[in-house]
Every structure is written in C-alpha cells, then in structure tokens.
Ligand binder design. Structure first.
Ligand code: URA
Length: 434
C-alpha cells in the first residue's frame, strides 16, 4: 500500500477500507509513516469525515496498537466515565470512589489539562505525594485492593493515539468527530470495561461549542463503543456555566471532598449522582433509576465513598493529611449593578492558566494552589461593589488575569432569558443516541 495514495483518496472524499486503516495505524505506530503524511491524512479526515464503519476500524486499530487490559473473572464489573472536558469539571474525583463503594471497579485512565480545561491528573497531583504514573501491574493492584484508581495512560495503552494526538494538537485537527471518537475510545476501551458512561459537554466552556455537534459526537461514540462490545451511554452537559464554584486544582479537590462528605454545590452533587446512577444501571447492579439513585445517595451519606477516596489516595502514595483545605481569598468586586447575562466559561480556564494553575507549554510546572471561587451564576442579580468571585491563594494576580476575567462575566441591565433555575445538564435519552 502507498500512504500518498491513501491520503489523496481520503482528500477526494473516498471511504478507506478496513485493511487500509489497519495498515496506516500499524505503520504510523511503528514510525514508518512520516508525521507530515499522518498530519495530511488527519486533515483530509477533518474535512471529509469518516463513516461509522471507518471510525470503528480506526478506533479498533488504535486500541490494538497497545495492550488492552484483561481482567480475571470477578463479580465486580468494570465501569468508567469519560468527560470531554469542561471548566470546573472535577466529577471523576467523587465518582470513582462512589462506584468503588458500590461494588464496581474503576480502572480510570485520565488526562492532564487540555487548552483551558483542567485535567483530573493535575487536580489529584495537588495532593502531596499523589502518583499518577503507575505501572500496569501497580494500576491493576490498586483496583483489586481498593476498587478504583486514577492514572495517566502508560505506553501500553493506545500508543498510536498518543502520537496522533500530538500531531492533531499542532495541526488544527483536534475538532474532528471521527478523530475524537477514536482517540477517546482507544484509550477508554483499553481499560477492559464492562460499560462506559460518557459526559459530553457543549457550550462556552467546552471544545464543542454547539449542542448539535456534541450530540453528533455522542451518537458516534455510543455507536462505535457498542459495536466494539462495550455498552455505552452518554449524557450531554451544558458547559455554559462552570461545574460547581471552584475552578483550579487544589480547590477542586477540596470541592470534591465536600461532595464526598455530604455537602458541596448542588449542581456538582447532582451531576455526580446522575453519572453514578447511569453506571449502576448500565451493568445491571440495579434496574430502576430511583433505587440506583438511593444506593448512590447511601454511600455519600454513610461515608463509605469518602473512605474509598482516602484509600485510593493512600494506595497512590498521596497524603490527604498534608492537603491544606483552606484557601486565602481575595474578592473581585463588581463595578456595575445588573444581571449576570452569561459567562464566557473558557475565559475562567485561561485566567487559571495565566495565574500558573494550567500550562502554556507542556513543560510548565503548575501552581496547584491558585484558583477561582465563583460567587455568582447566570441569572444572579448583582449590586455594584458586590464580590463576583474570590481569587484563591494567589497574592498578586497580573493585570492580564483581571482583563481575562472581565471578558468571562457578562453583566447587563436586563435579566437573561434563561434563568439560573434551569438544569445545568441535560439527559440524552438512550433511544435518541442509538
Ligand atoms: N480528548 C481526547 O482524549 N482526544 C481527543 O481527540 C479530544 C479530547
């Protein structure tokens, strides 16, 4: 086969055969296709899209570029959640131990911050000593002993995705539905799951700005994952408001602990419980929504999910006792009276990056402690001089930080059409995505 011909065929709108896709992924993973050629193919796919069949083949080839996990016979099903990333999205932190407390094993491979959205691994590393780079054997051991683990992808898991993602990141080819589908699923299906729950974000804080695009992604991911043998369901989440009040690293761990201790913001608690309930239903640990919901509630109320979180942190080398749960607060006051019309959510993420809590370059060291505590929501009425947010643990934000925050919060004289009383997330019914 000839890579130049394959690129030209896709460029001109042709469908690639299973053999062609398997060949390309194999050669690329071995370093036998040049980065320039793979980038050109990614761009051709970006413009010409792929059929479901092509996306299935791409996902499967990328998945098998590594060594997916296989698990010994066990009565604990394996489930994971993947979010396409949003501002203040700390849901994995309370969700994994909730499932572990309910008899589900969670071998979660997670990521670092991507653009303005924070990364679960960065958040966990704000706990002194926490190790995200575990060997495959150590990862399996923590799952078997504790019931949940959250780690970075080792070289064993979908190495073709790692190489391809690095190229997409610098060639403007990230936002392609088949490429995103194959990228996410090649990693997640490497975990050897019995079921996957997807949280697909749309809005100003997500990389899919349009709900219709997010829905298309949901359809594709669910169809491909199911075809490859992993029952998968998805919910669409409105990311026009951050999730919870805290945005940053350490402060999001703090908010996750609040959820696990029976408190925390209502939206964060609800989204965590919705995803947890879907997990229980998808592996048949419960068949009714209400009963599953009550089970989730019970492990939050009786502290067993909190204990699982502590056990996971300890098993991964972290020391929760050394984790400082209080933050110095510096309020930012409104200069106007009016209504919070909308947020440009991404800007909160860029403000965190500007303060040092996220990366401008892959090698940047993070300031885990800095953060933002949001004190208002869309629809809030505010008075001049009222605090809109607190800057956490950062004594001297630069003028650029304030400039970005100005752009993040849009205040107007009229109340917004959609009030803050509306649900911040929306369920996609299963039949809508099948
Ligand atoms: N996250 C991934 O892992 N891959 C993508 O392509 C986009 C988001």
């Amino acid at each position: 086969m000839n890579i130049a011909e394959i690129i030209a065929w896709k460029r001109d709108g042709g469908d690639l055969s299973a053999r062609q896709i398997a060949w390309v992924v194999d050669k690329f993973a071995r370093g036998e296709i040049a980065d320039a050629q793979m980038s050109a193919l990614a761009m051709a796919i970006f413009f010409q899209d792929m059929t479901i069949e092509e996306t299935i083949e791409l996902t499967s080839s990328m998945l098998h570029s590594g060594r997916p996990l296989t698990w010994p016979e066990s009565d604990r099903p394996k489930v994971d959640k993947h979010s396409t990333g949003g501002i203040g999205d700390k849901i994995s932190l309370p969700l994994a131990p909730i499932w572990a407390a309910l008899g589900i094993d969670v071998p979660m491979i997670s990521g670092r911050g991507l653009g303005p959205t924070g990364g679960t691994l960065d958040k966990l590393e704000s706990i002194p000593g926490f190790q995200v780079n575990l060997s495959r054997e150590a990862m399996v051991k923590v799952v078997q002993e504790v019931g949940c683990v959250i780690v970075s992808a080792s070289a064993d898991f979908a190495p073709a995705d790692k190489k391809l993602y690095a190229l997409r990141d610098v060639t403007g080819t990230v936002a392609s539905i088949p490429l995103i589908t194959a990228s996410i699923l090649s990693k997640k299906l490497s975990e050897g799951l019995d079921a996957l729950v997807m949280d697909i974000k749309w809005g100003s804080g997500a990389f899919m700005k349009q709900r219709a695009k997010a829905l298309e992604l949901a359809h594709r991911i669910v169809a491909v994952a199911r075809h490859l043998g992993t029952p998968t369901r998805a919910i669409l989440t409105d990311m026009n408001q951050p999730i919870g009040r805290m945005i940053g690293n350490a402060c999001e761990v703090q908010e996750s602990l609040e959820i696990l201790e029976g408190g925390g913001p209502a939206d964060t608690r609800e989204l965590t419980m919705v995803l947890a309930t879907h997990g229980l239903l998808s592996v048949g640990l419960e068949s009714q929504w209400g009963a599953a919901w009550r089970l989730v509630q019970s492990v939050l109320d009786n502290g067993t999910a909190r204990e699982k979180f502590a056990a996971m942190v300890q098993a991964q080398g972290g020391d929760l006792k050394q984790f400082r749960r209080t933050f110095e607060r510096r309020p930012w006051l409104s200069e106007r009276t009016g209504w919070i019309q909308r947020f440009d959510c991404e800007k909160f993420g860029y403000a965190i990056i500007e303060m040092g809590g996220g990366r401008k370059q892959a090698i940047d060291q993070l300031d885990y402690r800095c953060g933002i505590e949001l004190l208002v929501e869309v629809g809030s009425h505010i008075e001049r001089g009222q605090p809109l947010l607190n800057i956490l643990d950062h004594p001297q934000p630069s003028p650029r930080v304030w400039e970005i925050l100005e752009q993040a919060i849009c205040v107007s004289e009229e109340p917004p059409l959609v009030s803050s009383g509306d649900a911040p997330w929306m369920l996609v019914e299963q039949n809508e995505i099948e």
